[in-house]
Write a protein that binds this ligand. Structure first.
Ligand code: SAM
Length: 350
């Protein structure tokens, strides 16, 4: 569908129809694809009580893409829907930060905007804005180059007919050292065209699910050769008719992170050591960079050069002590288990 304007428009129209008219609440979903497979961390759950019930009812996310260290950040939520994550993010970035939600579906934006005052009144600050636009063209939505600290998205990119454009736009708008942190549905093989074009499978976030290896290739093409997985949960397809159509394709809801950094395509060993200082809010004992890097407070850990850069050249820098330099190379870094995004022979070993 990429690059074919009529096919793109058909996809946009089908998705708008599904999220604007077919679905009225998350109870209308016919599979678990858009249900939360990666629950909110315990410290965030009390904040949900402050979110307006109508916003919560129209939450169709598949994960919890709400990373740490957001105080003062400018965050962009792609496909914000009714705004649940934006309103949570507003609390996390605080009065010195800013949240911009973008969505193409009027009915979703109408709900999100109608409750702006409700959420602003609670906190005494208005740091959220909702814009109508397409995630494939963020320039049109007024998002300048290198203006965003963190891009998040919750179960949206699978719905795009031009994922390459989406990732290219994300890496255009991120500041150097900025981060893409998103939850989405991924497939363990390429979804055949007949299924991808089925409006129900598309709307339920299955038809457009990215094959993991193609995702890795797309990220490498936009300059990010090392993507990290935080959580991966198999999806249950409760609807038997949908399960029968889908056959052997395995779907996962995954939360992944990717930094705008000049990383290498393999993990290289320069003998660098990272120590977490225990200073991130709500993470006094440990911080998990991904599914195989858990940094205990005060405990030095040998890291590859990519991991060192993710900690030292990003907003995490004040929270880690990194020792070592790149003067001596010790060969490939044994980064432990291969993450779901990369294949054993794949480029991104972390
Ligand atoms: C599964 S819902 C998720 C909404 C929201 N992230 C949440 O967690 O509730 C997908 C949303 O993405 C929006 N969307 C899908 N494709 C889009 C695109 N190409 N550009 C902008 N918005 C899009 C839809 O309008 C819908 O609101």
């Amino acid at each position: 569908m990429t690059g074919n304007p009529p096919a793109r428009q058909l996809t946009f129209d089908a998705v708008k129809h599904y999220y604007g008219e077919v679905l009225k609440s998350s109870a209308d979903l016919q599979t678990s694809a858009c249900c939360l497979a990666d629950p909110l961390p315990a410290w965030l759950r009390p904040m949900l009580d402050d979110i307006h019930p109508e916003v919560r009812e129209r939450f169709y996310g598949c994960g919890s893409p709400l990373p740490a260290a957001l105080e003062g950040a400018t965050v962009l939520d792609l496909g914000c829907g009714s705004g649940r994550d934006c309103y949570l993010l507003a609390r996390l970035v605080g009065p010195g930060g800013k949240v911009i939600g973008i969505d193409m579906t009027d009915a979703q934006l109408e709900v999100a905007r109608r409750h702006l005052d409700y959420h602003a009144d609670q906190r005494g600050y208005a740091n959220v804005e909702f814009r109508k636009g397409y995630i494939e063209n963020l320039l049109e939505a007024g998002i300048a180059d290198a203006s965003i600290d963190v891009v998040i998205s919750n179960c949206v990119i699978n719905l795009s007919p031009d994922k390459q454009a989406v990732f290219a736009e994300i890496f255009r708008v991120l500041k150097p050292g900025g981060e893409l942190f998103f939850s989405d549905v991924f497939a363990d093989r390429r979804v055949p065209a007949a299924l991808a074009q089925d409006p129900l499978l598309l709307g339920e976030c299955l038809g457009g699910a990215l094959y993991r290896e193609d995702f890795r290739r797309l990220m490498a093409a936009v300059g990010c050769p090392d993507v990290r997985v935080l959580a991966s949960t198999p999806l249950a397809l409760f609807n038997e008719a949908i399960a029968a159509r889908v056959g052997n394709i395995g779907f996962h809801s995954m939360t992944v992170r990717a930094f705008k950094l000049a990383l290498e395509d393999r993990c290289e060993d320069y003998g660098e050591v990272a120590t977490y200082l225990g200073t991130l809010a709500h993470h006094p004992h440990a911080y998990e960079l991904d599914d195989h890097h858990r940094f205990e407070t005060g405990r030095p850990m040998l890291v590859c050069s990519n991991s060192a850069d993710m900690l030292a050249q990003t907003r995490f820098a004040p929270h880690f002590r990194i020792s070592g330099d790149r003067s001596t190379h010790f060969g490939l870094f044994d980064c432990g288990p291969v993450a779901a995004v990369g294949s054993p022979a794949g480029a991104a070993c972390c």
